[in-house]
Design a protein around this ligand. Structure first.
Ligand code: HEC
Length: 158
């Protein structure tokens, strides 16, 4: 007789929690629903203007990460950083050329000297190069504008 109210109390507590959790879930999925309708339209506009940063990230992880590392910080005295790099934020023509023609000899990146060889990555399409360089210039601590396919084509023709 004494225990009964406690059990009832506990039961209503559990049921109450379940109801409030399921209400939250419904609310979240409802708001997610309207969000997912809006996003594709916004994305379409962005994609038309500049390369898709997600695709640029995929290119980076596949072709550049083995040397420059996932977070772009490189390997001391072996591979220079593309994170917060004065090269990446610098002249677009120069970095497009690094991808298309490779790079060797002494270079200075953020005050550190590297003298290694980067093999050319000219098997990448113009679009992939624009995507990966745009990803780098807009991410990993870099703050510059994106690189267009047209700019890559101009350097490849030279
Ligand atoms: C096999 C290793 C290797 C791969 C793969 C590689 N790089 Fe490099 N990268 C280097 C090395 C080494 C240098 C410096 C060359 C030197 O010392 O002259 C360099 C230099 C650079 C530079 C100029 C310096 C700096 O750190 O900002 C950029 C930009 C760059 N790489 C971007 C890329 C991108 C983008 C990719 C992928 C498409 C890539 N690299 C793939 C090894 C690599």
């Amino acid at each position: 007789m004494i225990r009964l109210p406690k059990i009832i109390y506990l039961k209503s507590l559990v049921i109450g929690t379940i109801i409030s959790i399921s209400c939250n879930t419904i609310q979240e999925s409802a708001s997610l629903g309207s969000y997912s309708i809006m996003v594709p339209q916004q994305q379409q506009k962005i994609v038309q203007k500049s390369p898709n940063p997600d695709e640029g990230k995929a290119v980076f992880l596949k072709y550049c990460m083995p040397c420059h590392q996932k977070d772009g910080s490189g390997v001391p005295s072996m591979f220079p950083p593309v994170r917060k790099s004065d090269w990446v934020n610098g002249d677009k023509k120069k970095i497009i050329s690094v991808i298309l023609n490779g790079l060797e000899g002494e270079i200075n990146v953020n005050g550190e000297i590297y003298s290694q060889v980067m093999p050319k990555q000219d098997y990448l399409s113009n679009k992939q190069i624009a995507q990966v360089l745009s990803y780098l210039r807009l991410n990993l601590g870099n703050k510059s504008d994106s690189v267009t396919v047209k700019e890559v084509i101009t350097i490849r023709k030279k």
